[in-house]
Design a protein around this ligand. Structure first.
Ligand code: S3P
Length: 190
């Protein structure tokens, strides 16, 4: 049987806001020396304004369009050897979920709702959590998104209480197994 084309050896971090994607991406970058692609930072750069203003002026749909366009470009560029940090809502669109798997090894960083609340409480940079009841908002968004994170992920890691270098080392080990094993489920697209 013919094998599908192999997947580039990127590590992609997905997961809810406050689950440590940027921190772990930096730790992986330090360990591996691979370039770090921070999707939110690229979107802000291109738009010439912070995410809060993109949401205010272009709406969530405008932001999601920019996010999907960037993800598609990353897939088409087919580069290898990158650490890719995504925004928490990248899994919302089904085409994005398929593209994520085509980009490489997808790691879902997660944490319980109370930890997410504590980590995001003082942030004013996350328009979706600017609510009178952020705990309810987190619960609602998590309930919707968890099946999507699960659908995309090759590996799930709870970041509560673990040190970032320790987590990055564990991810690296698993990614090495994944990329070394030709019979690995990378050959089955979701
Ligand atoms: C979002 C998460 C944010 C950012 C935007 C939307 C989301 O990224 O992309 O505010 O929909 O969950 P982080 O997960 O890095 O905070």
């Amino acid at each position: 049987m013919q094998q599908p084309a192999s997947v580039p050896n990127n590590i992609i971090l997905i997961g809810f806001m406050g689950c440590g994607k940027s921190t772990i991406a930096r730790a992986l970058h330090r360990l591996l020396g691979y370039p770090l692609v921070d999707m939110d930072a690229i979107i802000e750069n291109r738009a010439g304004k912070p995410i809060t203003r993109i949401f205010a002026e272009n709406g969530q749909t405008g932001f999601r369009d920019m996010e999907s366009r960037l993800l598609e470009e990353l897939v088409q560029a087919a580069e290898s050897g990158q650490i890719i940090a995504t925004g928490g809502g990248v899994v919302e669109r089904p085409e994005n979920r398929a593209w994520l798997r085509r980009l490489g090894y997808v790691v879902w960083l997660c944490a319980p709702p109370n930890v997410i609340l504590r980590r995001t409480r003082n942030s004013h940079e996350r328009p979706l959590l600017q609510s009178d009841d952020p705990a309810a908002r987190i619960a609602e968004l998590l309930a919707t998104r968890e099946p999507w994170y699960r659908e995309c992920a090759h590996l799930r890691v709870d970041t509560t209480g673990l040190d970032s270098r320790e987590i990055a080392t564990g991810i690296l080990e698993s990614a090495r197994y994944y990329f070394a094993d030709p019979a690995h489920p990378r050959c089955t697209q979701p």
